[in-house]
Design a protein around this ligand. Structure first.
Ligand code: WTA
Length: 661
């Protein structure tokens, strides 16, 4: 069953918020940039030839491919006939070229313990882990679930799977036993790789009990492989079931340190990653090997302008696609040195990230708008107490970044001058799709700017026609790309229906977007979040950005609720920046509502406005507007399984600082 996000004929999404500040590239940066404007021209002239050239230049093949693309809409095969191993491309070839001593990961545990892992270390550890998988009966093609904290064994486990061709499915360590068992059952995994737990906000957070619970309803699992991270810090010790559960140390450490990577087809399934949509059952997004490797590594090098000696830090969790593409496969394929941090940004205090950047002289930081807004709420004093001069490029991903958060990021983290790359993409796209190229693109705060070279994007109306420049509509992708999803695991019909059925021949991303008069793309959030007020389709993103542009506001979420007069009324939830003058008073509420009216239009003025201490978010940091709609309308809450912190909803409900007309 599909859910039609547009039950009635829909006009375009209104394009109301005007943000026209511009930041041209610094000529000194441009002179040394990896990317050039010629890439766009080359890719446009012949996209397939463009990707084929890059695939031959960037990938070490066991066998060359004979066909660049087989496109049986909507099923793509890239680099057909080729054989390769992605773990070899991420590790061994660098060691063979003399980079064995180079650091792959500077790992930092939350309590302050550290490990330095070179590419030679990775080669040895991944080979041993691959041999252990074989001993545990895992074969090429078998699925392996990985449920771990942010410790080095997490990428090691993924690469060990990739080395033998066993597709992995990483389940974020914050998910419940139920979520884990659902994913294991869907893909019929044979093994779970996990840990006794990890450190989170100064406390041990055990993981193994959730695995035990999940396995009560996961008959396909034969073994668990358990890394010892917490050891004695687990109260009462970690229970291990004889014959089923194996400590990592016991089996991996005694393996031979050499393993011959298996040569796999270009289209071999590298991994599955589950993403929840509007319906309850998560979708197992399938990614393959060669196209994914090319997409992740090439975008990584171009979008972040990564140089051989850079220290790069993507502060996402490996459990999300951002971590797969831009902590593991992209950076390692480029022989990049990365920071990997176990904990949260507020432990022991909000200076932790900035301390890490100072200590490791981090050159590139990639994080989510939710993190930037959380830092904005705390104030810039934490960042100001540290030397951040090593930073050269700052990235953002996961949600639209409000212009003010963009400007804050650049001013306080990027010394007012460093390029910001706002990157739009999805679990499904595998790679960054819409982004500035630093040194090439003139940026505008809040705009993801233009499609990456070779990517074709359009903004269309509900009839499928291109919306003229200056207007808003639905974001679609019109041409296959190497890292695209190959399907939904076990459900080709759902794949067609979800992404390819609404507009024939086009991939419908589910996001709204506008293109300004200069062709810049502005992402407007998920289309299910769009509101219809007095016949105007308004994007939540624009109203939220208007609220955040007020100096008292750190973060805002906007949802629609039924209104007898206007159809839908706008309800705003606002988090104030910490500061003595920012009191949640009715007067400030009125001021904020007027501020939106001036910034956008009186039709966009929120009817209700509530000050809240926090917002319900998914575990990857996206605001769950669906739950806010339930709260605003006094309904019972819908599915809350992906909610990061269940207490937040009660906090909001018990909050009294509301102001209404
Ligand atoms: C949103 C994360 C605006 C969007 C890589 C998309 C963004 C969804 C941006 C995918 C951005 C991601 N600007 N919105 N720069 N990046 N999104 O699968 O709604 O976790 O469809 O992948 O996040 O989220 P996912």
């Amino acid at each position: 069953m599909s859910i039609d996000p547009f039950p009635t004929p829909t006009p375009e999404i209104e394009n109301l918020l005007a943000e026209d500040r511009k930041f041209p590239p610094d000529p000194a940066f441009a002179a040394q940039a990896n990317a050039t404007a010629e890439l766009y021209a080359e890719a446009e002239a012949d996209p397939e030839a463009f990707w084929a050239r890059l695939a031959r230049e960037r990938i070490d093949w066991v066998e060359d491919f004979h066909t660049t693309l087989e496109w049986d809409l909507p099923f793509a095969k890239w680099f057909v006939g080729g054989k390769l191993n992605i773990a070899y491309n991420c590790i061994d070839r660098h060691v063979e070229r003399g980079l064995g001593h180079k650091v792959a990961y500077h790992w930092i545990g939350e309590p302050g313990d550290t490990r330095t892992i070179t590419f030679a270390d990775l080669q040895r550890e991944v080979s041993k882990a691959a041999n252990a998988l074989l001993e545990l009966g895992v074969q090429t093609g078998d699925r392996v679930a990985i449920y771990m904290p942010m410790i080095p064994e997490l990428p090691i486990a993924m690469l060990a799977c990739a080395r033998i061709g066993a597709p992995h499915t990483v389940v974020f360590g914050g998910f419940s036993a139920e979520a884990l068992s659902g994913r294991i059952s869907d893909c019929q995994a044979k093994l779970v790789i996990t840990a006794d737990g990890g450190w989170r906000r100064g406390k041990p957070a055990p993981l193994k009990p959730a695995v035990d619970e999940a396995l009560e309803s996961s008959p396909t699992i034969e073994h668990t492989l358990v890394v010892r991270r917490l050891g004695d810090a687990v109260e009462g010790g970690t229970a291990m079931q004889d014959g089923r559960d194996v400590w990592w140390d016991d089996i991996v450490d005694r393996q031979p340190p050499v393993h011959e990577p298996v040569a796999l087809d270009s289209e071999h399934m590298l991994y599955l990653l589950y993403t929840s949509g509007t319906t309850a059952k998560p979708k197992g997004i399938v990614h393959s090997t060669a196209g994914y490797l090319l997409g992740a590594s090439f975008t990584h090098e171009m979008v972040f302008d990564v140089k051989p000696d850079d220290v790069y830090w993507c502060a996402a969790d490996v459990g999300w696609v951002t971590g797969h593409s831009y902590i593991v496969y992209g950076p390692l394929a480029n022989a990049t040195t990365s920071v990997l941090y176990e904990g949260t940004p507020d432990t022991p205090d909000w200076g932790r990230w900035w301390q890490i950047i100072e200590d490791y002289k981090v050159n590139i930081l990639y994080c989510a708008p939710t993190a930037i807004r959380a830092h904005m709420k705390q104030g810039a004093q934490y960042a100001q107490a540290h030397d951040l001069s090593s930073l050269r490029v700052l990235g953002s991903v996961g949600e639209p970044i409000n212009p003010v958060a963009w400007l804050w990021y650049q001013k306080h983290i990027g010394a007012g001058t460093k390029p910001i790359v706002d990157t739009w993409w999805q679990t499904e796209t595998g790679m960054i799709m819409i982004t500035p190229l630093p040194g090439v693109t003139t940026t505008k705060p809040g705009s993801a700017t233009f499609p990456f070279p070779g990517i074709e994007v359009d903004v269309i109306d509900s009839a499928g026609n291109t919306v003229p420049l200056g207007g808003g509509g639905l974001l679609v992708l019109k041409r296959p790309w190497p890292a695209m999803l190959r399907g939904i695991y076990g459900d080709p019909e759902r794949y067609k229906e979800t992404y390819w059925s609404r507009f024939p021949g086009m991939y419908f991303a589910g996001d709204g977007a506008k293109r300004d008069l200069e062709g810049y793309l502005w992402l407007l959030g998920r289309v299910d979040d769009v509101m219809n007020v007095s016949g105007h389709r308004l994007s939540t993103t624009e109203i939220e950005s208007a609220l955040v542009s007020h100096p008292a506001v750190a973060e805002a979420a906007v949802v629609g609720g039924p209104d007898p007069v206007t159809g839908e009324a706008i309800n705003a939830f606002v988090i104030l920046r910490l500061g003595p003058s920012n009191e949640p008073t009715p007067a400030l509420g009125d001021e904020l509502r007027k501020h939106v009216a001036t910034k956008i239009s009186p039709i966009a003025k929120p009817k209700g406005l509530m000050f809240v201490p926090d917002l319900p978010k998914t575990r990857s940091g996206k605001i769950m507007r669906r739950l806010l709609r339930d709260i605003a309308q006094g309904r019972a809450l819908g599915d809350t399984t992906t909610l990061a912190d269940a207490g937040v909803v009660d906090l909001i409900r018990s909050n009294t600082g509301a102001s209404e007309d």
